[in-house]
Design a protein around this ligand. Sequence first.
Ligand code: NAD
Ligand code: IPM
Ligand code: MN
Length: 364
Amino acid sequence: MRKYRIALLSGDGIGPEIVAEARKVLDAVSSEAEFEWLEAPFGAQAYFDTGRSFPDETKQICDEADAILKGPVGLSKEETERIPVDERPERGAALPLRRRYDTFANYRPVILPPSRAHFSPLKAAIVGDGIDILILRELVGGLYFGAKERGVDDSGNRFVNETLEYDEQQMARIMHVAFGEARKRRGLVHNIHKSNVMLSSVLWNEVLDEVAAAYPDVALKHMLVDAATTALCLDPGQFDVMVMENMFGDILSDLGGGLIGSLGLMPSACVGPEKAYYEPSHGSAPDIAGQSIANPYAMIGSMAMMLEISFGLGAEAAAVWSAMDAVLEEGYATPDLASGVEGMTALATAAFGDEVVKRLRAGG
Ligand code: NAD
Ligand code: IPM
Ligand code: MN
């Protein structure tokens, strides 16, 4: 029997609450495979406990694991300021994790079936046949990882320099993922860029044309990133796969959460050449942490993406998705989706997980 070792990083804020649900759901999945959990400290709490937000012990556990399941990290602005800048969990843990495993391909699906149109702030006529977009965000280049300096000039003026760095190979590899995924879907890639201003986008578009030549069967459209934000709101149904650099992808994927009704519906996969890690697109939601109202859908969905992408367990992943979707469709959801919606029953975080488990057991 194949056994998979999963490094489990609970993170901060709502992290432990939603990670517990993902673990509970996987433990209820019926599978020939076995799963072993390797818990490890990561994030702000890890810093307070050990002095490091990505401790060496955690690096070793992640190195040895077959995949990594990660809750969000981070604290409120005020709490974050208790931690030295370089150890703050985003800079000191999340980005080093991405760099360590070169997780360049960030899959951020934005999905709203027509049956869930009532979750969206968009008019029913705009939701139309539903939203099914795969945002592919380059995750280890650009402004996030370029050289940075901060200083004071001769006249006492504080300045900062942050560099947007990419090379053509870094660009090409995420584009190949985008075309490959489009082939499995509706065969359309939207290239999201800003070549009217950014030199990085000029090179990006040149590389894209070269890569696209290998995929004549996939349609390619180009859209400036500012126009794309409006297009996502007014006609999301036109998009299939969208590919973009790191910072554009950070922002547009959160817009995606808005379109479908909650960031709590945005799972993600961060895939590298040898290892992948899985986390929701959203953050640690300090405003609702500890209240048992966080939506665990994105966290459980990220776990399902792990089953499929890292372990090749497509049937198990599909069972998790259909159990979760059944819960929503039968009118149960956490308050981010259920509050004030007629016919919906609001559930606590753990109760949502219990409903998913119940349907998984009934189905398998
Ligand atoms: P956020 O995504 O944590 O929250 C934005 C809003 O969405 C809040 O109102 C929050 O309550 C709500 N929300 C988010 N996830 C939810 C869920 N699962 N269920 C219900 N509501 C949910 O963004 P923020 O407040 O800007 O950031 C908080 C912290 O998270 C910051 O420290 C930030 O750096 C960090 N962060 C971490 C990650 C990560 O670890 N991958 C991602 C994004 C932000
Ligand atoms: C995300 C987050 C991260 C990012 C932070 C926490 C480093 O916002 O995963 O979207 O900006 O990439
Ligand atoms: Mn983000």
